[in-house]
Write a protein that binds this ligand. Structure first.
Ligand SMILES: Nc1ncnc2c1ncn2[C@@H]1O[C@H](COP(=O)(O)OP(=O)(O)OP(=O)(O)O)[C@@H](O)[C@H]1O
Ligand SMILES: [Mg+2]
Length: 392
């Protein structure tokens, strides 16, 4: 039953209030070969071991700062221990500063904006032969899952692809970002999962973006984790709903909550591909082994065609050697699954949702928009070169 008001008392939190990965379990082990940019500063950032080698995280919520203290010389200020070059006590903006060569003249910026908004429909991204269902997952919170879902979906839709976004997070951030109503009472993905309502009855066209639809999430979805437990075929409710959708989409993006519960399992069973956004920060790889283990379990028991197809580096801050080192680590481990396009930390990206927009439409000339455009293009091109098995 749909809860009549608010969140039921027995609903678990939708995100872990404390990141379960915090802790010094994978205390840095020096890796041979300097990571790009940090060779001259031993001890500032120690790359993580490959995900498969990362030991299970301790259950205790130990203070993460211990790691910095261990790797830094005693007199190193904490910021420097994390690799930040601007380690003094002065305030430093979180946005990657623009270097002159990246600050295009207005004409160049306008040209990029036109290319991204594509009003004439001239610029197209190749359409896959069959629907690509991509689950955007990472149980770590705030790494850019929703931002990635929204911006890739808009970029692909603006360039000739039919796209559906399924908001599978009770926070409803993807619905907000696409300006799709998702207040209590709006038919949503909860109805599809629990009541068996067809997706087409709840999907809404996204205003201003042709070829883009969104299945919103309301706060009711918070109860679904509990209610799904007693539902028949609880892990494959979403897969069935998507398979039954007659929309013939090129892409279905599923925006997952920051947890590995039944909602995320539903997304993994429904998808053929997993897209993992990884934030270029110190703890980026911690906890990833848990996600990879879950993906392997789902592949073994529920969805043999599932694969991690795409890794996207987000919130890259090039002022820091840390970002470089994390990038190197991720590329070493995941190889060509990592997109060449990297998303910089860019204030326009974070402003866009408050206007109910993606950065593609909010500021199409910005570096955030350009990077997401490039990422979408790469995903589209890869999908044509190496088509994965698809179901629709
Ligand atoms: N490239 C970027 N530059 C600046 N800010 C960003 C960027 N990408 C995301 N953000 C901001 O970081 C925050 C977290 O992003 P987002 O909501 O996409 O993460 P998430 O992984 O979906 O979070 P959750 O786990 O809570 O669902 C948001 O405030 C977003 O606007
Ligand atoms: Mg999110």
């Amino acid at each position: 039953m749909r809860p009549t008001s608010g969140v039921p008392a027995n609903v678990p939190p939708t995100r872990d209030p404390l990141d379960p990965t915090g802790g010094p379990a994978n205390a840095p082990t020096a890796r041979p070969g300097p990571a790009r940019g940090n060779a001259a500063v031993p001890g500032r950032y120690e790359p993580q071991p490959p995900v498969s080698a990362v030991p299970q995280q301790p259950t205790s919520q130990s203070a993460p700062d211990v790691v910095a203290v261990e790797v830094a010389p005693a007199d190193t200020p904490p910021a420097a221990a994390y690799g930040a070059e601007a380690a003094d006590s002065t305030y430093v903006s979180r946005e990657t500063p623009t270097r002159e060569e990246d600050d295009p003249p207005l004409a160049m910026e306008a040209m990029r904006a036109v290319q991204i908004l594509n009003p004439s429909g001239e610029v197209t991204m190749p359409r896959p032969e069959r629907t690509r269902v991509m689950c955007v997952a990472n149980q770590k919170g705030g790494v850019g899952k929703t931002t990635t879902t929204v911006n890739l979906a808009v970029a692909l839709a603006l360039h000739g692809n039919r796209v559906l976004v399924v908001d599978l997070d009770p926070q409803g951030n993807a619905s907000t970002g696409l300006n799709v109503p998702h207040h209590t009472g709006v038919p949503d993905v909860y109805d599809c999962l629990i009541e068996g309502v067809p997706l087409e009855d709840v999907a809404q066209a996204v205003e201003g973006i042709p070829n883009l639809w969104c299945v919103p999430a309301t706060i009711d979805l918070a109860g679904a984790e509990i209610e799904l437990v007693s539902v028949v075929a609880r892990e494959s409710r979403l897969a069935r709903a998507i398979a039954a959708y007659p929309g013939h989409f090129d892409y279905v993006f599923i925006d997952c909550p920051p947890s590995l519960g039944l909602l995320t399992v539903n997304a993994l069973v429904a998808a053929q591909e997993v897209l993992i956004p990884i934030q270029c920060e110190y703890y980026a790889l911690e906890g990833l082994n848990q996600l990879i283990n879950n993906i392997n379990l789902v592949r073994q028991h529920l969805n043999p065609r599932l694969e991690v197809s795409t890794i996207l580096l987000t919130m890259y801050d090039r002022r820091t050697r840390l970002a470089d080192a994390v990038e190197q680590d991720v590329r070493n481990h995941f190889g060509d699954k990592v997109l060449q396009a990297v998303i910089p930390r860019n204030v326009r990206v974070s402003e866009a949702p408050s206007y109910g927009q993606s950065v593609m439409t909010y500021d199409p000339g910005s570096r955030g928009a350009t990077s997401y455009f490039e990422a979408a293009q790469e995903i589209a091109e890869r999908g044509v070169k190496e088509p994965v098995s698809r179901n629709a």
